[in-house]
Design a protein around this ligand. Structure first.
Ligand code: ADP
Ligand code: MG
Length: 265
């Protein structure tokens, strides 16, 4: 099927950061899970976050699209900047609804457990947010959805329900769904950790293709070889602190990371 859909042009790579997080702090109850995390992701580049379980990787990603709200710090995505502060009553200020919506529309996330809607078809999953959040008509959203399903190699399963797909296929649909929002930043939280080993490569292949296209991405992964291969920047998170950051070579050679890396070497 041909469609008149034209994907949105992506910003050209520049040295300007697409994402800046400055001194993000996040508590759950009395526990400080992020202890002042600062991070820059240049436009068109891939940053991978590695670290032990419980070190705050998912919380950091979830703060990036405001699934979690930081207690303190600053976050800027493209031209949308937000400063978080605790008010004296213990609540958090720094966000109005419209700003929240604008920021969320710039960021899309792919989860470990795919999180597809089971009652919607593959195409239904992909067109839902473009219709609801971006206000596209069903026809427009369908053209866009078909384009991005093609991109992840799932166009021929557009009418299938998630339960009839393998984990790898479901994750590729979830990536198509994220792309259909045409976000400035793509977040991946351990996108292959729930997959059978023989399904890992088909998903890594899609992510590698997106990296080669110059998409701006922040990726949490335990696939060390993959992280090393696709990342421009690597961040090692340890107990809510960035313990090391730099090129993959720098970080892999850092003695603080050696112990963590050893099992994967
Ligand atoms: P990682 O992704 O690196 O494994 P997480 O960001 O999921 O780490 O978790 C970091 C810490 O925050 C853990 O101690 C975890 O138990 C805690 N935590 C995460 N989410 C919540 C939550 N919603 N409520 C309370 N504690 C949480
Ligand atoms: Mg996690």
């Amino acid at each position: 099927m041909t469609s008149s859909f034209q994907p949105a042009p992506r910003p050209q790579p520049t040295s300007a950061p697409a994402v800046v997080a400055n001194q993000l702090i996040k508590h759950f109850g009395d526990i400080e899970v992020l202890k002042g995390v600062s991070l820059e992701v240049p436009e068109g580049s891939v940053t991978s976050i590695i670290g032990a379980s419980g070190s705050g990787k998912s919380t950091l990603l979830r703060c990036m699209n405001l699934l979690e709200r930081p207690d303190q710090g600053e976050l800027a995505i493209a031209d949308e900047a937000i400063r978080f502060t605790r008010n004296p009553q213990g609540g958090i200020t720094g966000l109005d609804r419209r700003q929240l919506q604008r920021l969320r529309a710039k960021v899309a996330m792919v989860f470990q457990q795919f999180n597809l809607w089971p009652h919607l078809t593959v195409l239904g999953n992909v067109i839902e947010a473009p219709m609801r959040v971006k206000g596209l008509s069903r026809k427009q959203a369908t053209a866009l959805g078909e384009h991005y399903l093609e991109r992840v190699g799932m166009a021929d399963r557009r009418d299938a329900y998630p339960a009839f797909l393998s984990g790898g296929q479901q994750q590729r649909v979830a990536i198509g769904r994220a792309l259909a929002m045409e976000p400035r930043l793509l977040l991946f939280d351990e996108p292959t950790s729930a997959l059978d080993p023989e399904r890992v490569n088909e998903v890594l292949g899609v992510i590698r293709g997106l990296a080669d296209e110059g998409r701006t991405m922040l990726l949490v992964t335990h696939e060390m070889h993959f992280a090393r291969e696709v990342s421009d920047q690597l961040v090692f998170l340890n107990q809510g602190h960035i313990a090391a950051e730099g090129t993959p070579e720098d970080v892999f050679d850092d003695p603080r990371c050696r112990q963590f890396m050893a099992p994967a070497a």
